[in-house]
Ligand binder design. Structure first.
Ligand SMILES: [Zn+2]
Length: 125
């Protein structure tokens, strides 16, 4: 029986149906495998891919994440550090690549939570 909150389950990448099983196979620290997902929940068996190409739409969330984060980083650096343009652009590019695993995973999790059709059911676990 899981008492994990919706928000905690979402931010830790847990199954929307039972909030216990991990959506991704490996921790995000394994950079070569950060994108590998379980086809269904290892705890309750809920399917994580409702239809082929389901996660195509999560690219829009990834894009929104990147726009917000790169804008914040860019504005902060531009106004507080007064860097030369080339260094500023380089740092923004490094930040954009650096947050990629996080934005990729969070956007897939959010997409699954919003559009995956899985409802929380404590009795699943
Ligand atoms: Zn589950």
């Amino acid at each position: 029986m899981s008492n994990t909150s919706y928000r905690k389950a979402l931010f830790t990448g847990k199954c929307p149906a039972c909030r216990e099983g991990s959506i991704f196979k490996h921790p995000i620290s394994e950079v070569m495998h950060f994108a590998e997902m379980h086809p269904q929940c290892p705890v309750c068996g809920a399917g994580f891919e409702p239809e082929p190409g389901f996660y195509f739409g999560s690219m829009f969330i990834t894009y929104a994440f990147n726009v917000v984060l790169v804008t914040l980083a860019g504005v902060t650096m531009y106004y507080f550090w007064s860097l030369p343009e080339w260094l500023f652009l380089l740092l923004v590019a490094v930040i954009a690549v650096g947050i990629m695993p996080y934005s990729f995973r969070m956007s897939r999790v959010i997409w699954l939570y919003w559009f995956g059709g899985l409802r929380y059911n404590q009795r699943n676990s």
